[in-house]
Structures are given as structure tokens and as C-alpha cells.
Design a protein. Structure first.
Length: 94
């Protein structure tokens, strides 16, 4: 199920992102920063910004964060799907 993220999702969101970053980019400390995710409701809660989660069996298995830069531009800032859940259409759904 794809849905907007809620405040209660915070721990699972950070845990998923950190796990993927550490597995796939172990030597890149800059990629491992999750400051925006620790306050995702504030960072992605503005107009024309969004943060979505993919959930299976009450477990967050994917995340997508889009942040508006101005009235015409948005940036895809976060897009992760847990390795065990890839190639199942979750990324496309997000």
C-alpha cells in the first residue's frame, strides 16, 4: 500500500534509509546523512512537497521524498525500496 507518511513512521523511515545507504554506499559518508529524514514532516510538509511510504504487513519497505524548490521546480530527494522488495512494482507505485 502506498500512502502519505505519518509522524509515527519516522523510526522505520530512518532505519530503512540508513540500512540501504550503509549497504549500497558503505564508503560514502555524505550519502549516509539522514538529517532531513529525522524531521521529514517539517522538511517535506510544505506546499508542493510530499513524502510517501510503501507499506507491506505494517512494515515500511519503500520511501519517496519530493521537495519543492520554487513554484516551478521540485527535486526528488529520497527514493528507496528495500532490496528484498525490489522488482515488484513498488518503485513505480511510489
Amino acid at each position: 500500500m502506498i500512502r502519505p507518511a505519518q509522524e509515527a513512521d519516522g523510526v522505520q523511515i530512518v532505519t530503512l534509509a540508513k540500512s540501504i545507504l550503509q549497504q549500497e554506499f558503505p564508503s560514502e559518508q555524505t550519502f549516509s546523512a539522514v538529517d532531513d529524514l529525522e524531521k521529514f514532516m517539517e522538511v517535506y510538509g510544505g506546499p508542493n512537497s510530499t513524502f510517501l511510504v510503501a507499506e507491506e504487513n505494517q512494515q515500511i519497505v519503500g520511501i519517496l521524498g519530493v521537495k519543492a524548490e520554487d513554484s516551478r521546480t521540485a527535486i526528488l530527494r529520497r527514493f528507496f525500496v528495500a532490496p528484498a522488495h525490489r522488482k515488484k512494482g513498488i518503485g513505480g507505485g511510489l
